[in-house]
Ligand binder design. Sequence first.
Ligand code: ARG
Length: 315
Amino acid sequence: MNYLDTDYSDTIGAGMDVTNTLSDTSTNVLVCQQVSVTFVYRAALDMVNLFNHTPFCAMMYSKHQKGDSMKKALFILLAGMLIAGLMLGSCGSSSPTKITVITDATYPPFESINDNKVIEGFDIDVMNAIAKEANLEVEFQNVAWDPLLAGMAQGTYDVAISCITITDERAKTMLFSDPYYTAGQIVVVAKNNTTFKSKDDLVGTVGSQLGTTGNMEVDALTNCTSKPYDDIGMAFQDLMNGQIVAVICDAPVATSYVSKNSEKLKTIGEMFTTESYGIAFAKAKTDLRDKINKALAEIKKQGLIDQYAAKWLAK
Ligand code: ARG
């Protein structure tokens, strides 16, 4: 005898698959609740059916001769119990939505791979704090800068955090969160260089990371040859080996390389651009962007951005 012939795991499974593909928790709960209502209705119907078909119950039932009203009451009771159970169980706790966030982990102290092969840095802490606030589960994926930007523009990836400067040009092909940090470009030269005092003095080959705002600044220098690198670390290496005369990159990154190689490198002049970093999203991910903006505002209010800046960035 099997009166409960419906396999609910399929109903729930399908519902959960749908929820996993959605990036917004509020939508998740909605979908989850829709699934629950269908599920509860079918389950309650089957349980009433079971009640009617179980000899003992049927006997009790016919004894009472209460007719349809008892069936109705039983149905409502069962449905109520199931709804309460489901809300508390699968939906009430609302497990975090998983998102993959890409980053070019060659940019210390914002994103780099540590000795334990784990991606760490200021951006990683910021993203994790946002994720906690927004009930998201983040998995970081290391993607080189050039394919990272191209992939964001094409919608291949959903989210990126990588010191990405918010520019009008980039905003044509991707969405940005509100700014989470302000930086700008600065020039780094060899410690023993006495001829260059600012970027306008530069003559010779100047390195930068390909496709960055620093790269655009180098390209605009009239007396210089631009040498783009896939990885800013290689540009600093060449600068220390005397292959190039200067490197232009984001000031906090420059300061970090200089402080680690203080006998070989120095910055000259001031930061000469003002740029805002934003988290980037594929064009379609407006809901996720909004949700992350909300969480970002919250972690700013909690003072976490300042705390991470103090932890990671040299003064
Ligand atoms: N802020 C600069 C830009 O948006 C450089 C960012 C490079 N980031 C990185 N992780 N390599 O162009």
